[in-house]
Design a protein around this ligand. Structure first.
Ligand SMILES: Nc1ncnc2c1ncn2[C@@H]1O[C@H](COP(=O)(O)OP(=O)(O)OP(=O)(O)O)[C@@H](O)[C@H]1O
Length: 237
């Protein structure tokens, strides 16, 4: 099967300091891969390279075999990559529904179809009751949920989530896990950075361990948990 995402020998430095060294991995459609490692390991940098926020110094990123390396974030989003950030990047002076509408500006939909999709997504993520609230009034956990909803609005084929459970209530974590698992069952691929050692194993069975910008290993969470080096690296977060 062709990989949905291929990260092929990616290198990235900042001011001469190597942040990613020869990072290589792939992800098949309908799979979830956790990305773990201590603070500063390069996890968010990896997401930024995949989503076009940072350019890679060398190496390639392929989506369904198409080279998307160093394309603009807007183009990469258009190719089917949705992402969230460690601190939710919502438009806080807009309403919940307007935040979702932003994701559809380039979709060329009729007003009626836009409204239908927004209503469907609000129902799906349980935010229908706050659709007309200004986002600054929401607790941080709901902002994260809204950001995930925005990332899902354009039906991405690859969803990359940076710390989706940070500052989120147990109830919203349950909901997020349920929603993500549903999407993955439909064939979406998902990469998740998380320091939450309780929630992550509920979402995925497999993790990639990044340490000092290098892939240390990839394997089943159940096996990796028994590796003292990885427990040190992971818990060193
Ligand atoms: N724009 C930038 N300019 C300079 N250095 C950067 C930049 N972005 C990231 N770095 C550096 O790259 C290294 C890796 O950071 P990154 O945020 O990718 O790590 P991380 O594994 O996501 O850490 P955390 O778990 O704390 O989020 C850090 O040393 C960071 O300072």
């Amino acid at each position: 099967m062709t990989a949905l995402l291929t990260v092929d020998h990616v290198n990235k430095s900042f001011q001469g300091v190597r942040t990613l060294t020869d990072v290589t991995f792939d992800l098949e459609p309908g799979r979830i891969l956790g990305l773990i490692g201590p603070n500063g390991a390069g996890k968010t940098t990896m997401f930024n390279v995949i989503s076009g926020i940072y350019s890679a110094d060398s190496g390639r990123v392929l989506l369904d075999g198409r080279d998307i390396t160093n394309r603009s974030p807007a183009r990469i989003a258009g190719y089917g990559v949705g992402r969230t950030f460690q601190v939710a990047r919502t438009f806080n002076d807009m309403t919940v529904a307007e935040n979702l509408r932003v994701a559809l500006v380039n979709a060329g939909l009729s007003g009626r179809e836009e409204r239908r999709r927004i209503t469907d997504m609000l129902d799906r993520v349980g935010l229908a009751g706050v659709r007309d609230l200004v986002v600054s009034a929401l607790p941080d956990g709901q902002k994260k949920l809204l950001e995930a909803a925005r990332a899902m609005m354009t039906s991405p084929r690859l969803l990359i989530l940076d710390e989706p459970f940070g500052g989120v209530s147990a109830e919203v974590i349950d909901l997020l896990i349920h929603i993500i698992r549903d999407l993955v069952r439909e064939g979406v691929g998902c990469l998740v950075i998380s320091h939450d050692i309780v929630s992550l194993p509920r979402l995925c069975e497999e993790v990639l361990v990044l340490v000092e910008g290098k892939v240390m290993t990839r394997g089943a969470i159940s096996e990796i948990r028994n590796d003292a080096r990885i427990v040190d690296a992971y818990l060193g977060a």
